[in-house]
Design a protein around this ligand. Structure first.
Ligand code: WQD
Length: 341
């Protein structure tokens, strides 16, 4: 079976995607700089699939090392590119770190792919490119808006770089996958989200509060124009998301793509408010969550959820797992990671 490079393959979404790629029969080689992950994740992947992926610790900003990697692995048929810095708040404080890490590494990889006879490229993008969309649910034709953060801007610029490159590189086919909000963990609880430091995202903060690492969850505002006043998002189970990457890769390798650059929204198509997520967690865990309503968080959009028509029809993919499944698996993972079986 074809060899696939997964950059950032020891990260949250990356590791779940490696599992699904191996389940599909692909040979996987991972590049990760371990800046936001751990080599222990390799054991988790291996214990799920029974196959240990190839792994090279490598900083993709080191262009000569990237060239050497591709000389050694010149039989790579596709790349799924997760490796990037992704903390919205941090990107506001450290824009140059984000532009260097997220943009230069993309350029170096694309330069290597241009040298191959043919290549399939899957880009980890984000619904953040839409900002606060004027119409809901959000389709792929919704206008890309002025980015709200350097992180979001690196996703917009990244998509443009890929699109421009594909226009002049017939041997390169690419798909940008615009994720909504990835949550949950593999049912085995052998891999999951490992936020370093204080979690920025809602679900890891919920599970860390429930297990006692965090004192209390702050709900950032309940005065939004939404049914219960809290922000609405499309929370997609990370395993459904991972499977979508395999479907997108197969589409390119089997030449089923309709253009050599395509974009797809990956979500459930359903919006859930912050308080609905809290209630779903309390229901599946049996834990009463300690939270309080505080002021709004700067930069938050009010509501975002996906129109999944294109992914359903073109990719033949749709989510199967629910918000309850995500909360259940996230809680199981938190308990295992914190040693409370
Ligand atoms: C969700 C909701 C918060 C934490 C970001 C990035 C996006 C993607 C996913 C990388 C919001 C509320 C959160 C908390 C809260 N990241 N919240 N208390 O901001 O929708 O998306 O992460 O690709 O690109 O923008 O996700 O989980 O941070 O917030 O009330 O302690 O939960 O206000 O309404 P977000 P989030």
């Amino acid at each position: 079976m074809d060899k696939i490079l997964v950059t950032g393959g020891l990260g949250f979404i990356g590791s779940h995607t490696v599992v699904e790629l191996q389940n599909e029969g692909y040979e996987v080689v991972i590049i990760d700089d371990l800046s936001n992950s751990s080599e222990k994740v390799l054991d988790g992947i291996t214990s799920i699939t029974g196959k240990k992926p190839l792994f090279e610790k490598l900083d993709l900003k080191d262009r000569p090392k990237v060239e050497t990697f591709f000389e050694k692995h010149n039989d790579v048929k596709g790349v799924i590119h997760f490796a990037a810095s992704k903390a919205v708040g941090e990107s506001v404080q450290e824009p140059l770190l984000y532009y260097e890490n997220n943009i230069s590494t993309l350029v170096y990889i694309l330069k290597e792919l241009k040298k191959l006879p043919s290549a399939a490229f899957i880009f980890s993008s984000s619904c953040t490119v839409y900002g606060q969309a004027d119409e809901l649910p959000i389709t792929e034709n919704a206008p890309v808006k002025q980015a709200e953060s350097p992180y979001g801007n690196t996703k917009q610029i990244g998509e443009e770089i890929i699109s421009d490159t594909c226009k002049v590189t017939p041997s390169l086919k690419a798909i940008a996958l615009r994720y909504f909000n990835p949550v949950g963990s593999h049912e085995s609880a052998k891999i999951g989200e490992l936020p370093i430091g204080v979690p920025q995202n809602l679900v890891p903060f919920i599970t860390q509060t429930a297990i006692g690492i965090r004192e209390q969850l702050s709900v950032f505002g309940d005065d939004y124009p939404t049914p219960d006043g809290t922000c609405v998002r499309d929370y997609i189970h990370v395993v459904d998301l991972a499977k979508a990457h395999v479907v997108a890769l197969n589409r390119l390798l089997q030449n089923k793509n309709k253009a050599n650059y395509e974009t797809f929204n990956l979500g459930t198509g359903k919006g859930s408010s912050v308080l609905e997520v809290v209630k779903a967690f309390e229901k599946v865990s049996g834990e009463k969550l300690n939270y309080k309503i505080v002021g709004r968080r700067e930069g938050d959009i009010i509501s975002a959820y996906a129109d999944t028509t294109k992914a359903n029809n073109e990719l033949g993919w749709k989510t199967k797992l629910t918000l309850d499944d995500a909360m259940r698996s996230a809680w199981k993972w938190e308990q295992i990671v914190r040693g409370n079986k």
